[in-house]
Design a protein around this ligand. Structure first.
Ligand code: PHE
Length: 471
């Protein structure tokens, strides 16, 4: 069935629909794969504290702004700004969003592929009886294999494509409703096991992992930690590039935007912290290095499963759920590009999906093989904290540009537009559903979008570039 241009714009069938779908976009590899490894590399508890501050003061306001823009314009991010501010350069925010979606989905597809490979490895019981060290080697071996990361990246992108072509409601809601709750329960079970693991060394304090996660060591707080926390909060909440403008355009007129943004952001943050509780106690108990980079959770989780009753089955189920959580995020990334292509180039949804998915898969292939074929494809820079040269491969470069620049700058312009140009009456109308709902948080929200969020983002940038020194 081909869907013509007019049939594209549906709306979610229930309030649970939008919350499940937007939470599906937000909750994904960002929470379970990226959050722990960035926290591990960036100061533990100090990072967590800054991260939480950013979610509350910047993340939630940006998310709600995107919902308002999306639902009031009923357009893709690029079209939305063209409609709201014709003949002004705001549409650049939309273009940046599409570029960000391209870049993020390219490396996201590679990690989605790792998840599928780990599902496969779980089924064939590859980790059985292996030591922590051997489990780490398995990850490194896989990632620097000549074709496997590519194979799985293509499979993952194929699945993303199929769901997007099938259409928004049927595609998204069905999968996330069943598997997200299961993922939550599994994470709780893993966290309990992780906390109760006996330590490999007598000398180690049993609470070392939790202390690392929750006890801020302020001496570790520096510009990089703050910059990392900002990028991670945007990435995890799916904000700054219009994914939630696109989803906002599908929200029904009588759904409550404010409470939806709140529920989605808090659940996303809860899952990230829970992933931290599942990972770090085990990192310390089993003798891993918290600074293991992108491989962190792919090394720790199988090691935890080795120490669990029924670990074989839990492992399989966990990687199925994680793959689906990754898919409900990847479809929202592809959706941004597809709706923009459909509405701006007036092509069918099917055609737009084929073009977008193919281009992104090609870019993603370079990411997937960034540890083998395209290993040298990147830049070498000096890491100031260690004084050593580090190699940034293509995967890392895309992650860096998108998360550290495109998302926060996109978010900055989104809140500036909403706070200063959208018109207070229009904001109020949208938040109150044309006067039906009470909006007790209105002044707080306006204060956050007009002052707090833009100033905070600007300060983080000035601090990172060294133009301003915090602390
Ligand atoms: N938030 C998603 C995750 O945590 C990733 C994502 C980023 C999705 C940006 C859409 C837009 O996995």
């Amino acid at each position: 069935m081909t869907r013509d241009v007019d049939a594209v714009r549906g709306s979610f069938s229930s309030k649970f629909g939008i919350i499940a779908a937007a939470a599906g976009s937000a909750i994904g590899l960002g929470n379970i794969w990226r959050f722990p490894y960035v926290l591990g590399e960036s100061g533990g508890g100090a990072f967590l504290l800054v991260y939480l501050l950013f979610v509350l003061s910047i993340g939630i306001p940006v998310m709600l702004s995107e919902f308002i823009i999306g639902r009031s314009t009923q357009m893709n991010p690029y079209g939305a700004f063209k409609k709201l501010a014709p003949r002004q350069p705001w549409f650049i925010v939309g273009i940046m969003g599409v570029i960000a979606a391209f870049m993020i989905l390219a490396f996201y597809g590679a990690v989605g592929g790792w998840t599928l490979e780990y599902f496969f490895k779980s089924v064939v019981n590859q980790f059985s009886g292996k030591s922590s060290n051997e489990i780490s080697q398995i990850f490194e071996g896989f990632r620097s294999n000549s074709y496997r990361p590519l194979l799985w990246q293509v499979v993952f992108m194929g699945l993303t494509f199929l769901i997007v072509v099938a259409g928004i409601e049927k595609g998204i809601e069905k999968y996330s409703k069943i598997l997200m709750p299961i993922l939550l329960i599994l994470l709780i079970i893993i966290a309990i096991r992780s906390v109760s693991l006996p330590s490999f060394s007598e000398k180690l304090n049993p609470g070392a992992g939790l202390k690392f996660l929750f006890k801020p060591d302020f001496s570790k707080l520096n510009a990089k930690v703050i910059f990392d926390a900002l990028g991670q909060s945007f990435f995890s909440l799916s904000i700054g590039m219009g994914a939630l403008i696109t989803y906002g355009s599908y929200i029904r007129k009588n759904d409550n935007l404010g409470s939806s943004a709140m529920i989605i952001s808090l659940s996303d943050t809860f899952i990230a912290v829970l992933a931290g509780i599942a990972i770090f106690p085990a990192v310390f108990a089993l003798g891993f290095d918290p600074q293991s980079g992108e491989g962190l959770v792919f090394k720790i989780l199988p090691a935890i499963f080795q120490n669990m009753h029924g670990g074989y089955y839990i492992s399989i189920l966990f990687f199925i759920c994680l793959s689906v959580a990754a898919l409900t995020s990847s479809i929202s990334l592809l959706e941004v590009v597809v709706t923009t292509f459909v509405e701006e180039f007036k092509i069918t949804r099917r055609k737009a999906s084929i073009i977008a998915a193919s281009l992104i898969t090609i870019l993603g292939a370079i990411c997937a093989l960034s540890w083998y074929t395209f290993k040298g494809f990147g830049i070498d820079t000096l890491d100031e904290s260690t004084g050593q040269m580090v190699h940034f491969n293509f995967f890392m470069i895309l992650d860096y540009i998108a998360l550290k620049f495109l998302l926060p700058i996109g978010g900055l312009f989104i809140v500036i537009y909403l706070g200063w140009f959208h018109g207070k009456k229009n904001v109020m109308k949208e938040l109150s559903n044309q006067g039906v709902l009470k909006v007790g948080y209105y002044h707080l929200f306006m204060f956050l979008v007009r002052f707090v969020a833009p100033v905070a983002i600007a300060i983080v940038f000035l601090n990172e570039t060294g133009l301003l020194k915090l602390g």
